[in-house]
Structure formats: C-alpha cells, structure tokens
Design a protein around this ligand. Structure first.
Ligand SMILES: CC(C)(COP(=O)(O)OP(=O)(O)OC[C@H]1O[C@@H](n2cnc3c(N)ncnc32)[C@H](O)[C@@H]1OP(=O)(O)O)[C@@H](O)C(=O)NCCC(=O)NCCS
Length: 240
C-alpha cells in the first residue's frame, strides 16, 4: 500500500517517537512526558526478556511493559501512558483523512488499556509503529478500532499481528463477535471478517447502546449524525 502522504516519514536522523508535524498543539502537555524514546534509551537492541529485566535494574528508568518479539524482530506490547503521544501521531493523520474516528486527547487516556502496540526497538529509541484497540460494546460483542500501521512499516505483518492479539484478547474476556468499520476490507477479510449490513444487535441492545457517549459506538449504531464520517466504510464482523 502506498505511503500516506499526510503522514510524515517515521525514519530519519532524529527518529523520535512522534513526528512533530503529526502532533496537534494540545498534545504537548505535562501528562505525556516522558516520551517512550526517553524511557527506552538504555535498552537498545535488547530482547523482550532482557528489556523486562533491565527495566527493573535502573531506578531512574521507568519500567517497560512486557513485550513479545514477533518473527519480524518487532515487539508487541500493551500501551502505557507515555505512548499516547505516539499513538496520536499514528492516528491523527488518518483521522484527518476520515479513515479513523477522530478523538480528543482525553479519549486516548480513557481507552489506554484497550490498546496493543507494535514497537521497533532496532534503533537507539523505541518507536511505536502500529496500534490497535479492542473496545467492548456488549456482553458478546466488541469492536476492533484504531488499527493503524505507520505508512513506512506497512505490508510487514504488523496489522495482522495486532489484530491476532486483539482477537485473542477478545476471546480471553468472553467476547464471541468482533465488529469493525473500515475501508480496508481485504485486510479484514484475510483475518476472517465478513461484510455485513445493519447493526448486529437486538433492538433491546440497540436501545441500551444509545446511552453510550462514545463516537465509535455512534458509528456502530449508524446514527444519522455520524453518517458523514462513515461514508464508504464497510461494516464487518468476525465470529470467534
Ligand atoms: C489496515 C492496516 C492496519 C494494515 O496494516 P499492515 O501492517 O500493512 O498489514 P499487514 O502487513 O499485517 O497485512 C496483513 C494482510 O493484509 C493484507 N493487506 C494489508 N493491507 C492491505 C490492503 N490495503 N489491501 C489489501 N490487502 C492488504 C496483506 O497483504 C496481508 O496479507 P497476508 O497476511 O495474507 O500476507 C494499514 O493499512 C493501515 O494502517 N491502514 C489505515 C488505517 C485503517 O484503515 N485501519 C482499519 C480500520 S480500524
């Protein structure tokens, strides 16, 4: 897939966690310091277990979350608060292009535990190169959302790894169906999703879901006020 011209390249001499131009002005808040790159400077080229062990050995270094190495040499791990800036750097160009749902900064913190990240630890600083979130909608149903791979890293299995993790997370917590709203139908078909029409819940559950203030849930419900945001998207569902 061609690189998204709206997203500046992630590589380059600085190779910081978030390209500056992708960060909205309001991102620069005290709550987002330190950055992931600052937190990981001392762990260059470490394996997952080495990283975990090393993190505990230096009291000045915030501990890194447990990470699993992928066959590509990248790592997958849960998100933590210093990652929000990098997640926003990945998502905001896609939200501006109306490919992903736009969120306020607070929403990333509120949903932080839903996120899985793929990170590149091959350089001097860890770089977040992909993200995906699992948002529970109802007792048997969740949505895969905010699935994004940095344009420079696409086609390397990152999206697949993130989705496989998200689907495993869904099974773990008792979800049996995962929904997504997407332009990337072939990608999701390759993961076993099928296109559907309508909103796959009973009228009773639909009414309950109307109480949500979540924009993604409004899009799931296909509410009139969010229809302009979802034009051209496909509704897809996977039974686990
Ligand atoms: C969709 C997206 C996350 C895929 O990320 P990726 O890291 O490039 O995906 P992968 O490399 O893991 O590809 C997985 C599979 O999907 C296929 N694939 C990926 N993107 C594809 C595309 N645009 N069209 C067709 N097939 C695609 C790959 O060939 C691969 O197939 P394989 O495993 O059989 O070889 C990425 O294109 C992206 O960030 N898109 C913008 C955001 C978006 O639309 N997200 C989805 C809605 S939440």
């Amino acid at each position: 897939m061609p690189a998204d011209p709206a997203t500046p390249p992630i590589s380059g001499p600085e190779r910081t966690t978030v390209p500056e131009a992708t960060t909205a002005p309001q991102a620069t808040t005290a709550t987002e310091a330190p950055t992931v790159s600052e937190a990981t400077t001392t762990h260059e080229r470490a394996t997952a277990s080495q990283v975990t062990a090393a993190a505990g050995s230096d009291p000045g270094t915030p501990p890194l979350p447990e990470a699993r190495e992928l066959p590509s040499g990248l790592f997958i791990r849960r998100a933590r608060t210093p990652d929000v800036k990098a997640i926003r750097g990945l998502v905001e160009p896609l939200a501006e292009a109306r490919i992903l749902v736009a969120k306020d900064p607070v929403n990333y913190f509120e949903s932080l535990q839903e996120f899985r990240l793929v990170v590149d630890r091959s350089g001097p600083h860890e770089v977040v190169v992909g993200c995906a979130a699992l948002h529970v909608l109802w007792d048997d149903l969740a949505e895969a959302r905010t699935v994004a791979t940095h344009p420079d890293y696409r086609g390397r299995g990152i999206g697949r790894s993130l989705m496989e993790q998200i689907l495993a997370d869904a099974r773990d917590i008792g979800v049996s169906r995962v929904f997504c709203l997407t332009f990337e139908t072939r990608f999701f078909q390759s993961l076993g999703f099928e296109e559907i029409s309508g909103t796959p819940v009973s009228p009773e559950v639909y009414v309950e879901l109307l109480h949500s203030h979540d924009e993604g849930t409004a899009e799931f419900l296909d509410l009139a006020r969010v229809k302009p945001n979802t034009l051209g998207n496909s509704r897809m569902l996977k039974h686990l």
